[in-house]
Design a binder for this molecule. Sequence first.
Ligand code: PMP
Length: 354
Amino acid sequence: MDPLSLIRPKIRDVKAYFIDHTPSPVILDANESPFTPPRKILERMLVVMAGTPMNRYPDMEALGVRAAIAHKDGAAPEEVLLGNGSDELIFYLILAMMEPGERILVPTPTFVMYETIAKSLNMEPTPVPLTDDWDLDLEATLRLIKEKSPRLIFLATPNNPTGKKYPLRAIEAVADAAPGAVVVDEAYIDFSADGPYGLLYRDRPNVIVMRTLSKVGLAALRLGYILADRAVIENVNKVRLPYNINSMTQAAAAEALRNWEEFVPLFGKVREERDKLFTALNEISGIHAWPSEANFILMRVEDGAAERVFRGLLEHGVRVRWFSGHPRVGDCFRVTVGDPHENSMFLSAIREAL
Ligand code: PMP
């Protein structure tokens, strides 16, 4: 028997999420923070992790972490649901909210996992192209909302890979028109100059705010969360697998979150480095970089040179994300903002590779 025949045809067709593991000294392809937590906090995280009783299941409701998140973000613990990364919450939201045949709306280009997870759950997302400046095309979005009645809309803001943060009034207009939920995915919000728009679900209960610790120097913990109306949290929680957040992550994350003010200066450093990198990139002929409110920059490599430059970067030990074959950003790289040394290695490498 062909073992492939055991797999659902739709899953066979899904493109697996690809991570390049070629060893390279400068890794700027995964939007991680170049900074680990401040030493003092890291040491305390390690102490609490070491004290975790290995023979016991984790706290199923993860009360300590939820309380710490609620405190940081000004929400109530009952408005917080945790995921093993926000990826897991995308999965849970689709599982809890969608009936077969219903639509998911996704402004594109955006984070590819919305589509990958939707497909794995038998859903076919409807894309709505962003404008040439990577803004939401509000007219087209509102039209598609009317035509397709999507049960779920994913708005990443700042968006990956464009770095664009959408205006509040556009998000509100989408939420007001939507017949279902609007997930405002704020994975990169700590790097935007004006910060988050707040607990939008308090005025519009169909809005779900999604955040993650992955971009702020804690990617190894795998902790994402949504903030939403209590009724939404209570019911999405019903599809969550028990003990999805392990004890060590719970202990370490609670410690980090309780010392959040010590992380905040690191976001400022990333913003400063990003703005320097943006200016430097746009001074290179053959490169066009877009302004970004995230911890990465989207750049176009002109004159069909993307592949050559990508290979050149790898030869110089620098890994960025290339959207090879993508209809709109196939000639673009997304480069994560690194520390000053990594950024200067990247800039010299790209000047040489061009
Ligand atoms: N949302 C967006 C917009 C992202 O870019 C990412 C990570 N690439 C995630 C969510 C997922 O983050 P995690 O699962 O690490 O929390």
